[in-house]
Structure formats: C-alpha cells, structure tokens
Design a protein around this ligand. Structure first.
Ligand SMILES: *Cc1c(COP(=O)(O)O)cnc(C)c1O
Length: 469
C-alpha cells in the first residue's frame, strides 16, 4: 500500500512515513494510491464481531505490512479499551428509520478520541522501532487540546506541549487538560489569546533549527491515520443494521471534512452507502459548495457547535483530488486560486459527480436548539449541539423511506451543557469517568506571550532535545 499526495509533487510513501509526516512536503494531503476492496461476503462476515476485530480487518490493508497483524491487534485492543462502552461506538435508535452512532465514549467525550487513541499508540510503535522521539506542540481554544493530550499521555517516545489562552477556556475544558499529570504532558496557560497561541506554534515550526532539534510534530486533522481509524465505525454501524443487504445513509456534522471523508473511503472500499449528508452549522461553506459548485470563504461566526466553526475544510482537498481526476497539478491550481481569491469552482459535471454521493445541508442556531428540544421531547434523549445539526440535516434529506439513516453523534451532551439545558431544561451530567473532574489535582505552567520563553520551556522538558544535546 502506497500513498500519494493530492498535489502530486511529494514523494510516494508507505504507511509509516505517511503517519509521521502528516502533511505532504508539497503542501498536499496523503491518500491511498488505490482503495482496498471488500466483497459483500467479506462485509457480511463482519456481523456480530467485536469492534476491535472489525477495526483490524478494515485497517490492516492500509498498513501494507508495516505492522504485523498480531502486533496491530494488540495496539487496536489497547486503544479501544480506553472507551467506557463495550460496543465502543454503540447505536441508539431515535425512530423507525433513524439511529444515532455514539462516538463519544472515549476519554474526552468527543469523537476525535476514536482516531487519536489509536494514533498516539501508532506513533509510539513506529518511533520505538526507529529509535526516535518526537515533540508534539499544539494550540487549543479549549475544545480539541484534551483529545491530543489523552492520545499522547504516558507514551514512551512522545512529549506533548499544549498551549491554551489563560482564563479563556471553560473550566471543564481546562480541567480535562490540566488534570492529566503524566510526566510527558505539559500544559501551558499563555498570557494571550488563542490566536497568540497559534502564532507561537507556527513560529516554532518555522524556526527550522528549533524544529529539527526538538523533533517537532503535530497530530492534526489532516493525518492520514486519523481518517483510516474513522473508516472503521462506518463498517461497524452498517453491518449492525444489516449491510450489505440493507440501504444505509449517513449524516455527518462536519467541520474539516475529515469524518465525512472517512465515510467516502468506506464507500470506496465496497460498503454500500446510499448517501452522505454533510451537516453544517451557520459556517456553511460546504453546504454552499454542494449547492453551487463554488467553494468560497466567508468570515467565521461563533455558534453553539464550536468544533464546526471553521472557514476552510482542509480535508475537502482529498475529495477534490478525486473530482479533478486525481490530477495533482489541477488541485494545486484550485488551492492557489482559493488562497489568492478566496474561492474556486468545479465544473457542472464534477459537481454532479459529487452529488451522486453527497448532499449538503445547513442548520442555523434556532434549528439546532429546536432539534435538541424535539428529540428530548420525543425520545427522552439528549443531543449535543453538533449532533443536533446532524439530526436536523437527516430530517430534511430526501431519501427513500426504506433507507436507514445513521447520524454521527460527535460529542457527549455534557460537553456542551449550557446549550442543552437551555433547549431542554435538563442539565446533562458528566459520565462517571469524569465525575470527579472538579476535585482532581491540576498541573499547568503560566508563560508570557513570548516566543523565547515558550521555546526555552519546551527545550528544557522535551526528551528529544535532551538526547540531541
Ligand atoms: C471535530 C469535530 C467535528 C467536525 O469533524 P470534522 O472531521 O472536522 O468534520 C464535529 N463535532 C465535534 C464535536 C468535533 O469535535
């Protein structure tokens, strides 16, 4: 199994190199040269198997022999043992044709754990084999930092430094990060804004000498292995509901297009999928693309579903690569135009091809709140605001009545208690694994908004730096 860059200028790589590289050297994203194929019989044979077994079957072809099957099985089982539900990603029925796929039973109560719990362990495995270490640095506004920290905690060959703007995250968000006391986890409360945190991360990567000495790396959303891990639950959900002998559609609350691109991958591997409904909040660049064929940037507005408040869906480039006939130069041209003019377009034929698989839908704030209220009233089930965007999108999709619709639940309602309480009058409780969060010991370091201070802090603690010295 080899991987090619969507911009066609970076070297073709195997799995291990793609895992550690993240972004391709030409600025593109890595995709498999060809998709592994599963026959209807092979998919049928997945029925009734544990999550980790389906995970091994679905992901093994992507490794191209880089990790032996038994070793990989151990890594996968270890990653998903951190989830506090025996099914890992259970299905819950809302009405005769709609199911919610709960992806939030991992350590930080959001779907990013599904990919990141595996990614951290894969990093460690490959680094150990190579005798290398890396230093992960990242910035968070509060929402995604904890998933990266939980992915890297206690890993032998990884140190992680996450900067958050001091006093500007919610208390739950801060505590989910700072109560991880592992020696290789370093929380920095920066005297500055989220943008300051991001600027400092960029500056550290741009300082080539520093970057090389520290072995800087990232676990960002464009890493191929994250997509690979997310393909698995499309298979587990579909076979649980009767695939390949039953029609299934998926509705995915979308930001960076990573999760829904994984669904596209599952379909490319042979899983029958009727439709992929892309749910957007008021930041509706994707819904506008699927309506018009033009991707055009607009300012980000804050919403009740903050993990989808983004202007550029970076993983969309992977779909664009296919729409443009896997022509890297054409992708590069579109991306250059997007950077220069804030928009690019595909042809009518290319849009029509996309619409055979995808449908876009936008849900505003009122629609999000109304959906949380309605589902609570009809099913006694609490939706988080991201999942509510998915449920509302599913309701409006024009699908045959015999198609089962699976909505991906990307966050636990207790992660967004204020919106849920406002819509339903019910305040969702933290699950048992986090019920003592408010009394846990915290560890964090406050630093001024100065590159020199942050670099000195990292250099004094990163094990990669100590070994280089
Ligand atoms: C990251 C995230 C999303 C968006 O997922 P993408 O893969 O970026 O489309 C949706 N909901 C929640 C809760 C998230 O954390």
């Amino acid at each position: 199994m080899k991987y090619v860059s969507t911009r066609g200028q970076a070297p073709v790589l195997g799995f291990e190199d793609v895992l550690l590289a993240g972004l391709a050297r030409d600025g593109g994203l890595y995709v498999p040269q060809t998709w592994p194929q599963f026959s209807a019989d092979e998919i049928r044979a997945m029925r009734g198997l544990p999550y980790s077994e389906i995970a091994v079957r679905v992901m093994l072809p992507f490794l191209g022999g880089a990790i032996a099957e038994d070793e990989f099985r151990t890594i996968v089982e270890d990653a998903y043992a951190t989830f506090d539900h025996a099914a890992v990603t259970p299905l819950v029925q809302l009405d005769q044709r709609t199911w919610v796929l709960e992806l939030f039973h991992g350590p930080t109560l959001a779907f990013k754990d599904v990919a990141l719990q595996l990614l951290g362990r894969l990093f460690d495995h490959v680094l150990a084999k190579r005798g290398e270490r890396v230093t992960i640095v990242g910035a968070t506004s509060g929402d995604t930092g904890s998933a990266a920290i939980e992915a890297c905690r206690d890993r032998q060959n990884v140190d992680i430094f996450i900067m958050h703007p001091k006093g500007r995250t919610s208390e739950v968000q801060r505590r989910q990060m700072t109560s991880v006391l592992s020696d290789n986890v370093h929380n920095i409360a920066l005297h500055g804004t989220f943008d300051d945190c991001q600027d400092l991360v960029k500056a550290m990567f741009n300082d080539v000498a520093f970057r090389d000495r520290m072995g800087l790396s990232a676990v960002n959303s464009i890493n191929w292995a994250r997509i690979m891990a997310q393909i698995v639950y499309y298979f587990t959900a579909a076979v649980a509901l009767g695939a390949p002998d039953r029609k299934i559609a998926f509705t995915v609350p979308t930001g960076n297009f990573g999760n829904v691109y994984a669904a596209y991958g599952a379909r490319a591997m042979g899983l029958p999928v009727e439709k992929l409904i892309v749910g957007s909040n008021s930041n509706d660049i994707l819904a506008r693309f699927f309506a018009s064929g033009t991707m055009s940037a607009a300012p980000v507005v804050p919403t009740l579903s903050p993990s989808m408040d983004i202007q550029i869906s970076s993983n969309f480039e992977r779909l664009l690569f296919d729409l443009l006939g896997r022509d890297g130069a054409a992708v590069q041209e579109s991306m250059d135009r997007f950077r220069a003019e804030g928009k690019f377009a595909v042809t009518d034929a290319q849009l029509a091809e996309a619409l055979t698989v995808f449908a876009g839908h936008r849900v505003d704030e009122a629609g999000t709140m109304a959906t949380i209220e309605q589902v609570w009233g009809e099913c006694g089930y609490l939706l988080d605001p991201h999942t509510a965007v998915g449920v509302a999108s599913a309701e409006t999709a024009a699908l045959d009545p015999d198609v089962a619709v699976v909505v991906l639940a990307t966050a636990h309602p207790a992660k967004f208690p204020d919106a849920v309480e406002k819509a339903t009058g019910r305040r969702p409780e933290l699950p048992p694994r986090l019920s003592d969060l408010y009394v846990r010991e915290e560890r964090l370091s406050e630093l001024p908004n100065e590159l020199g201070a942050v670099q000195a802090f990292v250099a004094a603690r990163a094990r990669a730096a100590k070994e280089a010295a």
